[in-house]
Design a protein around this ligand. Sequence first.
Ligand code: ZN
Length: 180
Amino acid sequence: MAGNMVADHLANLRRTEKDGAILKNVYSVPEKIREIINDHKQQMLQRIKATTTNLAVTSRYSMGILPWLTHSVRPIQSALIRLRSGHNKLNGTISKWDMDTKPNFPHRCTETENASHVLLPCPTYSAAREELKQTLEKLKHPMNVPTLTGINCSIPKHSQQKMAQKLIVFLIKSKLLERI
Ligand SMILES: [Zn+2]
């Protein structure tokens, strides 16, 4: 665009001046545009995050495409998505609309049965969870729902895949796959 060319030309003129103080604070037009776009993206992200409790959204710290671990076996894929979103078939969720379902865990636990409870502290699944726990400890990643379900963006892809494998083993061993 002609405007950009003029602005760049003016910016370059200032760069050629011998006064070093001016040089420091001169941003080119593309730099300014990038800054405006980044600000706008951050504002958009904050606005979107404020409207939801979905971990796949609230765990994000930047906009854009995030590689999403998928699985070719449909029940496993469904379970992964349900764990990430919090919209699952566990009693804590169902009890929100079904008065006959109690929110607590069906076996021996008195805690609300949700994704966070069954993945992390529930003693019913501690044996099934052991391998998953050890894998996270070895990789030095925090044991929390975003990390386990592959939506902690700060974790590299190869680690995500290792954890996903162990998570799937846990879901099968614990028979949670059939309930989530
Ligand atoms: Zn429990």
